[in-house]
Design a protein around this ligand. Sequence first.
Ligand code: HEM
Length: 480
Amino acid sequence: MSAAETRSEEITPPQDLVDTRLVLWYFVAACVFLLISMLGGILMALQLVHWNPLAGLELFSPGRWRMIHTNAVAYGFLANAFLGALHWAVPRLTMHRVASQALSYFIFLAWQAIVLLTAAGVVLGPSFQDQAWVAEASRNLGISMSLGAQGLEWGETPFWIDPVALLGLLLVAVNFMVPIAKAKGPLYVTLWYFMAAFVWTFLTYAMGNLLPEYTVAGTSAGAIGGLFIHDLVGLFVTPLGWGLMYYFVPIMLQRPIWSHGLSLVGFWGLAFFYPLQGIHHFLYTPIPMFLQHGAIISTIAVELVVTTVVINFFGTLWGQGRAFVDNLPIRWFYTGMIYYFLTCLQCSMQVTLTFQKLIHFTDWVVGHAHLVMFGVFSMWLFGVMTYLIPRLLNRPWYSHKLCEWHFWLSAAGVLVMASDLILAGVFQGYFWAALQPWDVSVVASQPFWITRVFAGLAMFGGFLCFLYNFWMTWSARSHV
Ligand code: HEM
């Protein structure tokens, strides 16, 4: 680790502010779910190149595993890793403990149960639905009910878990808002982002899981579904991610953020433009065109906002470029920021109607999704874990080399996967525009899908390096 990181220890607040064991357990849970998710992703990728090793096993059918892949990543990996990092950052920023340590442990256990029950709902869904009493209860209550997964993208959590998940989100907010409310002096921008995320995540979850299920239908449900999937990224993952960057980067570089003013532009820009974008997932649909145009304009506007945030972070790094090479967590963070800028630039182009004509429903979108979810937010969280795990365990990493392998396999793997799928999307778009039969585009996609398998295996290999390193550091064997 670099000198800057070592110096940061000098300003460390008292240890009992943070429950390090809980932070560690959140990271362990996050890793378990990422492992499951990546296996699901690899299974899906193998299915698409006809190499599915589990073909014929209904419970492991690709349709189910696609949902396990996305749900385990969002609610299992990202949410757990963020909660772990919040338990570290909030008490240290506010100098107050979370409202209740017991509540923290309760939330930890309840959240794992929610994610596991969702997985059960996804895997066993149809058999749940076949139960006669469920059908009868649905009829009696006048709503369509299923104990299995809901048919909502990213909102697959079974309907009976939704209220519990919402209660969990409320408790998370209370647990962290208490120390924030007790903090003295002006609130640092990280806490602005965190507070916003607590409110927005609750509202987003409620909107996306309840409204399309019970109240609205047709294009209105589509519009709300689009807003939900976009806001999950923009109002749950993004504010927590940037909040952590505003916290960790100045600590590691031992200097304040370059411009406090620009950080506020970034925060308010996100708050204003992000919630207007959801319909850009459903361009060229029967949703009124004025709404589609509004979503396009606000998507392009958010790219300008993102640029100010990225400039602010590179301004902070200015003069200390060496940290990008020497300091591994900083390298994770800034590589993620470069991918963030690229993914938002890509978004501001793909959102135009001209581009949409070509790439709508193609693998371009899947490439974009991996670049943002893995290339940005997972990279940031790996950086946070790389920085925190030695501090949580009170010993250096077992192997620095394995940390490097983790970084390079992840950074290169996701770059190859995203570029490969983005290019595949362009080809698929042209095949469809030329009115070629669907099968022709599927055959032409094979080389791209084979490349995706190997890129995915590289990312998975990097993660296995991390897991092994984590395990060896924990069990404190001899150092390399
Ligand atoms: C082992 C590496 C991975 C492989 C092989 C892989 C593969 C896949 C496949 C085959 C799909 C379905 C694409 C389709 O329906 O056509 C998918 C979807 C998705 N994956 Fe992964 N994935 C991997 C890792 C990840 C990670 C780590 C994340 C997030 C951190 C992630 C996020 C997503 C998202 C968000 C989608 C949905 C994309 C969409 O609906 O447009 N994947 N992945």
